[in-house]
Design a binder for this molecule. Sequence first.
Ligand SMILES: [Mn+2]
Length: 469
Amino acid sequence: MNTSEPVATQSYDPPVSDALAAFMAQGWDRRLIKPARADVADFAARRRERIAALFPGKRLVIPAGGPPRRSGDQSHRFRPESDHLWLTGMGEPHSIVVVDASLPAGAVLLRLDGERRDTDEFWRSRTRGEFWNGRRLPHAVVEYMTGIPCQDLDDADAFLTSDVIVLRGVSAPLDRAVAASSADAELARALSDLRLVKDSFEIAELTQAIEITMRGFNDVVAEWSLVRAHGERWIEGTFERRARLEGNGVGYASIAAAGSHATTLHWIDNSGSVHDGQLVLMDMGVEANSLYTADITRTIPANGVFSDAQRAVYEIVERAQDAGMAAVRPGAKFRAFHHAATQVLAHGLSDLGLLPCSVDEALDPQSQVYRRWTLCGTGHMLGLDVHDCGSASFDVYPEGELSAGNVLTVEPGLYFQEDDLLVPPELRGVGVRIEDDLVVTVTGSVNLSAALPRTVSDIENWFASSRSS
Ligand SMILES: [Mn+2]
């Protein structure tokens, strides 16, 4: 059935000849309508060239993964694997990027195309259907955005030849489809090694994530009377509202830890109340829409003023962080800032009369007894993942040297468990951590989160001014 009708020309329009009509009907290609090329596209292209150069003649396969199962038939919101995002600037569920210099554009993006209506998948599939999960971009649009040719995910087998190297542990179907190789771990390591040094796009995105995070902390302090009324849950909810408003969400599970909860390093229940006399430790970071995350910790008194004992502990940690941050510069060993900070912590613990031996004895690698109260390292790389580049070579990170473009946290802490008989009662259940995010520059470093109140007086003023306003 032909449902088309001749188009009536308005009487005042010029008549249309058959030749014009035929001429107008040819010579178009809708794919030439170019959406904006993503800002990250050129950076991602260079990243693909760099990883390809490390594996000459090889085919590298890096999946984005899919939404993780929560319970029953429910999934968590999808968040792509960082290596995939870093190489493509895209992060669609189930997508796979193949990097191979022998391919026409050096890479191909295997993905679910948009607008398919030739099967009933679009309205029936809970996992892939557009009517369940939202419209997908057509291949042509993604090609313009990324500069990477796109192919249907259903045609992936043609690209998964026998000797490919796969980023494992991200996509179970892909892991099953391709035999494991000893080179797989090398690929994960090489990607982490390359991601250690951030390009200008990444520094800008991290800076934005940190700025949003600082606004989130300010939101929490501005609502402190509600925190007092409702406890840790109000901290989590208030911060995460800011994270969703201006970013993708939080970059890791927020830690809102009042009183002795702060001595649990990863307290993420955030279900406790907040009482006068407690310190409240908040370790929270916004993940920007580009999926770069901040990671900041502040420890503040519930009633806005430090007690003498709390101030003594806090100022030890503050001095340790000062020493740590001062040791962050290009050419320094990665571990140097940790050693600088722990020196101060050990001296502080000695000054508090807690060490069972001299400071030198405690710092001896054969002893390290001060770690009863410091528990963990002093910082880590930061980027698309909060603990970034976790697969990097041991001799590059953590045994390597810092270089310009590294972004890392400096976060010393002291943690006195509530059942610790070796500390005086007034310190039991006190946990203090201070964490800022630094970028290594060619001459030293810049604290990107320096605008957030940090010293004892800054924090007490922060409270006083937020209450009066
Ligand atoms: Mn951290």
